[in-house]
Write a protein that binds this ligand. Structure first.
Ligand code: ASP
Length: 362
């Protein structure tokens, strides 16, 4: 069965199929109106969300299906101490497919291991957000006509921004992409993505501190919000919160044909004056997100019992008392499940749930 926990759970072909279907649904929504009649999507949201939850809800409704679930885990059995595994087992007897958002990293992965129905990661902590990635890819495709060969600038909170992590991983599947990372030192992209993703896959990247210096090179500028809720230290957040602000003056430095994306919500990193610029694609991006989620739900339900569409072999995971995961936001430090690890091709031991580097026990 195919779940979507990480963008690389989809092959390039599967990703292309979902995007192509998303575009077809966008062009001919009437053809799909009854296609998931009587099917049910459960949305289990343990962390605040506006766009993603409503986008999933509206996607399933437009396919003729039904939606059940919760938007606030304080109203669910989680408040009584139910584990993610148990919740997934229970909910899978009520729904055909599950979309889960969780502040704990690795929670949707743990759910997918026990669920007899497909599980979609709708965002886990600062780890991954693969359906935003599909949204970003379809937006780039529709705005610029292609994805291969582009120079993509990521600006803002590259440290905690899960949408950035997932999109960079997915971009390694495309040809001749080069990425520019625009962030202050405190918000730089985690090493595991630079080493295990960009370097391993041979995707060139460069780190800069100033947006003006690179603006004219970019085909896509991916702006992000500084993720206040992930900072442990408020002073650190205050120091970096206004690092980058995109305004009309900076837009004059950009190519005529380029696209500004933002996963939203924005705080102050894009001034409202930019919204009227035809290159500002972030509100169209929200709309494409619904169509690509319609396509994703359709494909995962279609692929459910198809042996051609299974989860990738990501190498063995193992338990080893010499190591522990030190990420306090990881599921293995929040629920009663054993710490589990994987060895990357670069020889680094990483947590199998959240990807952080394993700590050696003393
Ligand atoms: N909506 C995106 C997310 O859920 C981006 C953000 O919150 O800044 O990660």
């Amino acid at each position: 069965m195919k779940h979507l926990i990480d963008p690389t759970d989809l092959t390039r072909e599967e990703t292309d199929e979902i995007i192509a279907l998303g575009e077809d649904i966008y062009e001919h929504p009437e053809r799909y109106r009854e296609s998931q009649k009587y099917r049910k999507l459960a949305t289990l949201f343990y962390e605040p969300s506006t766009r993603t939850r409503l986008s999933f809800t509206s996607a399933m409704m437009e396919l003729g299906g039904n939606v059940l679930g919760f938007a606030d885990a304080t109203n669910s059995s989680a408040a009584k101490g139910e584990s993610v595994e148990d919740t997934a087992k229970v909910v899978s007897s009520f729904a055909d497919i599950i979309a889960m958002r969780h502040h704990i990293e690795g929670a949707p992965y743990v759910a997918s291991r026990v669920s007899p129905v497909p599980v979609i990661n709708a965002g886990d902590g600062s780890h991954a957000h693969p359906t935003q990635t599909l949204t970003d890819l379809i937006t780039i495709k529709r705005e610029l006509g292609h994805i291969d060969g582009l120079t993509i600038g990521f600006c803002g909170d590259l440290r905690f921004g899960r949408t950035v992590h997932s999109l960079i991983k997915a971009l390694t599947r495309y040809k001749d992409i080069s990425i520019v990372l625009i962030a202050p030192d405190e918000l730089r992209l985690p090493d595991y993505i630079k080493q295990d993703v960009c370097e391993k896959q041979g995707m060139p990247y460069r780190e800069v501190r100033n947006i003006e210096d690179v603006m004219s090179e970019l085909d896509v500028l991916y702006m992000t919000r500084v993720q206040k809720e992930r900072f442990l230290d408020e002073e650190e957040f205050d120091r970096v919160k206004n690092s980058f602000v995109l305004d009309c003056r900076k837009m004059t430095l950009a190519k005529e044909k380029m696209a500004v994306l933002h996963p939203l919500p924005r705080v102050n990193e894009i001034l409202p004056e930019v919204d009227a610029d035809p290159r500002a694609a972030y509100f169209r991006q929200v709309e494409y997100g619904k169509f690509v989620r319609m396509a994703l739900i359709t494909c995962l339900l279609k692929w459910k019992d198809d042996p051609e569409h299974t989860m990738p072999e990501n190498g063995e995971t193992f338990h080893d008392r010499r190591f522990r995961c030190a990420n306090m936001k990881c599921i293995c430090n929040n629920e009663n499940i054993p710490h589990s690890f994987k060895l990357t091709e670069n020889g680094v031991v990483r947590c199998a749930y959240c990807d952080s580097k394993a700590t050696v026990n003393k």
